[in-house]
Design a protein around this ligand. Structure first.
Ligand code: HPA
Ligand code: ZN
Length: 324
C-alpha cells in the first residue's frame, strides 16, 4: 500500500506555508537574521512540538515564524516545501499564507507574497508543479484588521486566488468576518474557511451560510449533525481533512478513532492534506500511510480521496480533465 500511495500523483489543498518551516531552516534563518528562538538544538525543538490542542500549537507556530524576515527567507521556506512535493508526488498544491503574522512584525506584505510566489513560479518551471495561493485572515484578530489586510492584497490579485480563515477557532466564529468575506466575494476571490476543526458543527453552517465558502477546511465535526451531513453530501462541498494534524492537536485520540472513513463512506467529498507538515510529523504521503495503517482504507478509497482533491481544487476545468 505504501508504494501504491507514493506512486500516485496527488494534489494538496490545505497546507499553511508557515507550517512547512522545518526546524533546520528555522535555526539557519534565526542565526542569519539574529533572531532569538527558545531552543538550543533541533531535538529541543522537536520536544516542544508536543501539543494539547490547537492553541498550544499556534503559540509555537507563530513564534517559529519570527525568523522569517527577507523575501529570500519566504522563498527558501516555500522552495523547501516544493522539494517535499517532488518527494511526495504532489503535482498541484494550493497553499495558505498568513500575512498578518508577518505584517504585525513590520515585514511588508510585498516581501511575503513575492518570496512565496517566486518560489511557486520556479516550481512550475523546474518541476511542472502547479499551484494557487490562498490568503488567510487570522480569526483571533478583528474584522477591521482583516479589512486592512484585504486592501493590501488587492495590488497582488494576480497572485492570490482565494481568501481563507484560520488561527484560534473557539470563540471566533465565521460570522465575525461576514462583511470582509462579502467584499472578497465581490472582488472575485474564491472563498474557504477553517470550520469544525475544534469548534462544533455550527461553525460549518456559518461558514456556508454567512461566508458563502466553496470548501470547508477540516470540517470533521460535521459528523455530529445528521442534517449537515446530508447537506454536505447533497452539495458535495469539499472537506480538506488533515489526519496528522487532528491527531497531533488531539481532535481525535488516535488514527483508529479518526472519522475520515465514515465521512467518505457516507458520500462526502473528502480530501487528505498535511496542514502544517513540519509540526505534525509528516507530509502528504505520511498522512495517507498513517491512515492506511490504522483504518481499513481500500485502494479505491485512496483513489477516490485523491480524485476528490483534484476535482475540488481551483484549477480550471481544462486542467482538471488533464489531471484526472
Ligand atoms: N487551524 C487553524 N489555524 C491554523 C491551523 C489549523 O489547523 N494551522 C495553521 N493555522
Ligand atoms: Zn489548517
Amino acid at each position: 500500500m505504501k508504494e501504491f500511495i507514493k506512486k500516485l500523483p496527488k494534489a494538496e489543498l490545505h497546507i499553511h506555508i508557515e507550517g512547512a518551516l522545518e526546524p533546520d531552516l528555522m535555526f539557519r534563518l534565526a542565526t542569519k537574521n539574529n533572531i532569538k528562538i527558545p531552543y538550543q538544538t533541533i531535538e529541543e525543538v522537536k520536544a516542544a512540538y508536543n501539543f494539547t490542542n490547537l492553541q498550544s500549537f499556534l503559540d509555537i507556530y507563530y513564534a517559529g515564524a519570527n525568523v522569517l524576515i527577507t523575501k529570500n527567507d519566504f522563498y527558501d521556506m516555500t522552495w523547501a516545501y516544493i522539494l517535499k512535493c517532488v518527494e511526495n508526488n504532489i503535482i498541484h498544491t494550493e497553499i495558505f499564507f498568513d500575512p498578518q503574522t508577518h505584517t504585525s512584525r513590520g515585514i511588508s506584505f510585498d516581501t511575503v507574497i513575492l518570496g512565496i510566489s517566486e518560489a511557486l513560479k520556479d516550481a512550475k518551471e523546474k518541476y511542472s508543479i502547479t499551484s494557487n495561493i490562498i490568503m488567510c485572515f487570522l480569526r483571533h484578530l478583528s474584522q477591521e484588521e482583516a479589512f486592512k489586510t484585504f486592501e493590501e492584497c488587492l495590488s497582488h490579485k494576480d497572485k492570490i486566488i482565494g481568501i481563507g480563515l484560520d488561527s484560534s477557532e473557539l470563540g471566533h466564529p465565521p460570522s465575525k468576518f461576514k462583511e470582509v468575506f462579502q467584499k472578497a466575494k465581490e472582488e472575485g476571490f474564491k472563498l474557504v474557511a477553517h470550520a469544525g476543526e475544534e469548534a462544533d458543527y455550527s461553525y460549518i453552517y456559518e461558514a456556508l451560510d454567512l461566508l458563502d465558502i466553496q470548501r470547508i477546511d477540516h470540517g470533521v465535526q460535521a459528523i455530529n449533525s445528521a442534517d449537515l451531513m446530508q447537506r454536505l453530501k447533497d452539495e458535495q462541498i469539499p472537506l480538506t481533512v488533515c489526519p496528522n494534524s487532528n491527531i497531533e492537536l488531539k481532535v481525535f485520540d488516535n488514527y483508529k478513532q479518526h472519522n475520515i472513513k465514515k465521512l467518505l463512506d457516507y458520500g462526502l467529498n473528502v480530501t487528505v492534506n498535511s496542514d502544517d507538515p513540519a509540526y505534525f510529523k509528516g507530509y502528504l504521503n505520511d498522512n495517507f500511510i498513517n491512515l492506511c495503517e490504522n483504518i481499513d482504507l481500500t485502494k479505491e478509497d485512496i483513489i477516490k480521496l485523491i480524485r476528490n482533491s483534484f476535482n475540488s481544487s481551483f484549477i480550471s476545468q481544462e486542467f482538471k480533465n488533464e489531471y484526472i
